[in-house]
Every structure is written in structure tokens, then in C-alpha cells.
Design a protein around this ligand. Sequence first.
Ligand SMILES: Nc1ncnc2c1ncn2[C@@H]1O[C@H](COP(=O)(O)OP(=O)(O)OP(=O)(O)O)[C@@H](O)[C@H]1O
Ligand SMILES: [Mg+2]
Length: 602
Amino acid sequence: MFGSKFKAKLADPNSSLALIHRLMTEQAFGQRKNYAIAGVLMAIAAGATGLTAYLIGNVINAAYVDKNLQAIIVLAIVTAVLFMVKAIASYMSAVQMARIGNRIVADNQRRMFSSLSQQNLEFFSRHHSVEFLARLSTGASAASQVINLLVTSIGRDLLSLIALVTVMVYQDPVMSLFSFVVVPPAFAILRKMIRRIYAIAKSQFHGTTRIMETMQETVQGVRTVKAFTLEDQMRARLDANIAEFENDSNKWARVALRASPLMEALGGFAVGIALVYGGYRVLETGATPGQFFSYLAAFMLAYEPAKRLARLNIDLNTGLVGVRILYDIIDNPPTEPEHENKPALALTTARVEFKDVNFAYRSGEAVLRGMSFVAEPGKVTALVGPSGGGKSTTLNLVLRFYEMDSGSITIDGQDIANVTRASLRRQISYVGQDVFLFHGTVRDNIAIGRPGATEEEIVAAAKAAHAHEFIKAFPKGYDTPVGERGTQLSGGERQRVAIARALIKDAQIILLDEATASLDSESEQLVQDAMARLCRGRTTLVIAHRLHTITHSDRILVVEGGSIVETGRHDELLRKGGRYAAFYRLQIKEQGPLNEPIPIAG
Ligand SMILES: Nc1ncnc2c1ncn2[C@@H]1O[C@H](COP(=O)(O)OP(=O)(O)OP(=O)(O)O)[C@@H](O)[C@H]1O
Ligand SMILES: [Mg+2]
């Protein structure tokens, strides 16, 4: 009966029992030696506690019955030594447990990061970035907290309790029976509380996450918040989140702390019964006072560990909320597994071909519709067209940020779906529409393009990207910090650093998404020139809104509604008088006569 219920609980992966089982087998088992050491230390401490309680009986008898001062002194010294042994063993076991716990936290943080690094863009777009931080900090420590709670409860509290109960039973079995009548009602009460505790702890976690989300959005969007004077709105949002969390925390305290006074009241009841019966035994049946006192001492000492054990389930369930949060992430099957059983992409000329590619971010909302074209080796192919037409999406698919629904993309005849993602991405230089710089210096950010790049290579790349001049003008030069996400640089400077990063990578395929969008005419010409160098002799796919930057491209593709509606060279397309010509004329009218652009390919 009990066995089958137990098995059923174990089979449900979300039950507390299954989670504990998993923690024990996956994480605690590897630390079993350290746990054994901690266990031995705890057993020593528990034994010392039990012995102290036992010896009190002898002291009392020596004082009241035998009137032997020498014996009392000996017993006092032994007791003092026992306390010392207990103190040392407790300290050592506590240090040992903390070290094991820290190791488990570290392991979990690594496991979680490794799991995240094997997820695709779609996975990340489904969650708020803060959620990962909250899960990382809460989840990793919850696992170690739960395991240590269990080990400490069993090792320290349970062993102490066993030692003390042994003393109690030895001194007076009948009196012990009286004290234990309070155990069943205590358990009945605790069981009821656990469900509530679990629900509250879960709500607390989501509350913390929401507070962090608002906090992060206010900080990252500080310009927008200030420009639109959204401070009051953000404060109101944060206030609501904080009030909710405070409320949850108070609820948790009300329920969880209720365990203590309940146990206290029940304990007092047990002491009362024991006192009456013990007094009766001494007075009426001639038991020694030593027995009585030793019993009482054991009872008092047993009280704290018993209370902690009773609370165990409450603390466990609070911690298990965090463990579930951790496993939620770790258990996500990798959408971009690190180890793919596929060959690497082998480039010869780097000819990229789209064949009838269809793709939708959300099923039913087609973004690319039968896209077909060839980016010839060593040539510049430009994608132009209205906003939202699917240009950036086209590049996303080349990098396999997303998987297409049908059709194929081949590079030198190899379907990119049949080669490893890492080998594909390693051979592509990409400058995205939103430039992202890492926290660090300008040098770090360029060097990221090629691990182990030398100083000369970094400077050469910066020169070619026309970034060297402005970097040199900074007092700290290449050691200038760029700030979080590059916010300490101007938009155009950020872009040139990103281009230098792509240049240093020296890949055969180049994808540029609006790489000159935030530049003035002069810097744009500089960057155009830089890009012309970057693209020379390589297969380049470039997206541009300002058409004069691509007038010298080898081939222009007009993308509209997710497919190619026109192709040709600039002058051909102008002569044709179709979509491109209309587009171009509109821009000329808006922007006025343009400087003669520097060609980006020869
Ligand atoms: N991650 C995404 N999830 C869902 N839809 C998306 C996502 N990214 C883009 N889209 C949608 O796909 C369509 C094509 O977007 P894409 O970014 O390819 O346009 P684009 O041609 O690069 O436009 P722009 O010139 O403005 O950069 C748009 O309607 C856009 O709303
Ligand atoms: Mg785009």
C-alpha cells in the first residue's frame, strides 16, 4: 500500500519526492565522500550531546544520593570536554557542508549556462532576459539548500534526536511514552501548512522576477523613460510589484512561522505530563532524582532538533520551488545542440544559393515566400526594398538563426542544414542591424572577431574600418571602455568598431545589415570605403536603405513581401522603370542631389 503510493509519487517528475530523488542521484551522489565526512562529524556531535544528557543523571545522583564531591568534579570536567568535542565537530561539519553546498551551486550555474548556450534565438525571444538571471541565482542555490537541509536534518538533528530519545527511554520508558503523545497531532498540523507554503514560495519567485524586470527596463531604457517622463509610471509599476512581493513575503512568514509556536505549545504540554509523572515516580516509587533530571535534560535538548525536523518539510518545499525553476531550464532539450553529427562546411568559392525558400516566424504568417536567388562568389549582392519586406530575415536564415520551413539554402552545393552550425557561422562575417558591443574595452571588442588576434591585426582592422582615427583620439586609446552594450560610444563609432570586428574575422562570406545606417555623409563615405575593402573578393550580401550606397553593387535584388520582385544592376533597373526606379527617384527627391558614392566593389 505505502510502497505503491511511494512509487507513484516518484514517477511524477514534478513531485517533491521525485525532485529530491533526482537531486540526490544527480548532485549529492557525486559528493558522497564529503557528505560521509560531514556525517561522521555530525554523529560525533550528536553522540556528545546524548552523553552530556546521560551524565547529568550521574551528577545529580552524586550530589543528592552519594554526596560525592570528587565524582561531581570528574563528571563536570567530562561534561566540559564533551561540550568542546561537540563544538569542534559541529564547526567542522558546518564548514564541510558549506563547501559542498558552494560546489553544487557552482555546478548548477555551469549546467544552466551550458543549457542556455545550446538554445536558439526563438527560445530566447520567448523569455524576458531577466528571467534567466532570476532563475540562475534562485535555482542554483536552492538545489544546494535543499540537499544540505536534508543532510543536516538527517545527520545532525535526526542523529541527536535518536541519541537523546535513547537516553530518555533508558532512563524512563513509560515517561517517554507520555512525551510522544504529542507527535501525531504535530505532524497532522504541519502537513496542512506545506501546500500553502509551496504556493506562496512560487508566487514570491515570480514577484522577484517582475521587480527585476521593471528595474532592468528602467535602467536600459533610461533615455526613453526620461524623454517621455515615464518616471512616475515606472515607479507605479515597480510599487505594485514590490507591494505584491512584500505581501507574499508576509504571507509566507505568517504561515511558516506558525510552526514554531504550535510546536512550542505541544512541547509544553509534553513537559507538563512528564513532570507530573516523573515527580510521582521519585516521590512514590523511589526512582532516583538522577534518572528524573537526566530524562528532563535529554527532553530539553531533544526539543530543538525535534522542532527543526518538524519544520523540515516547510523549508524543503520552499527550496524545492527553486529547484523546479532550475530544472525547468536545464531540462529544455537543446534547440541548437553543441555536438552535431554532421560534416563541417567546406568552402571553395563561397557561392550562396537560395532555392524557393519559405519561412514564417509564427506559423501561418509567411515572411519569406518562395525566395530564390544566387549570391555569386566574390561579388556584392545588394538587398533593397521596403521596411518589413524580409531582408534581415534572409540574412538570419543564412546564419541559421532560424530554420526555414521549406526550400533550401546551399553554399558551394552543400545544404546549410546538413553541415554543423559552428562551421557555417565561423566562415561568415556578420554586421547586424543593431550593433552589439560587449562590456570591455574597444580593443576587446575588436579582438572578439578572432581569438588570439595580435595588436597589429587589431590596429590594421581598426584602420581599415576607419575606426583607428577616433580610437586614437580617446585619451585611453584602444583601452577606452565602451560601456554596457557600447553606450559610451556614438552610434557611428559603434558601427565602425563592429565593422573592424567583422574585418578581423577575415571570413569568405560577408553579411552586412544596414551597416551604414547611423552615419553622416562623411563617415558614411569612410565606412563605405572600409566596406569596399572588407568585401573585395568575397561573397557579400549587403542590405541598404540608402540606395546610393549600393549603386555599384554587382547585382541588386529588390525584396518585397518576402520574395524577389526585381533583379539587375543599378542602371539596368533604372532603365527598366519598375519598383527599383520608383524607389530610387523617391529617395533622390527626398535627399536631394547626392555625392558621387565610393564604389563598394570594383
Ligand atoms: N523575431 C521575429 N518574430 C516575429 N516576427 C518577426 C521577427 N523578426 C521580424 N519579424 C517580422 O518579419 C517581417 C520581416 O522582417 P525583416 O526584419 O526581415 O524586415 P526587413 O526587410 O529587414 O525590414 P527593415 O528594412 O525595416 O529592416 C516583418 O513583418 C517583421 O515584423
Ligand atoms: Mg532589417
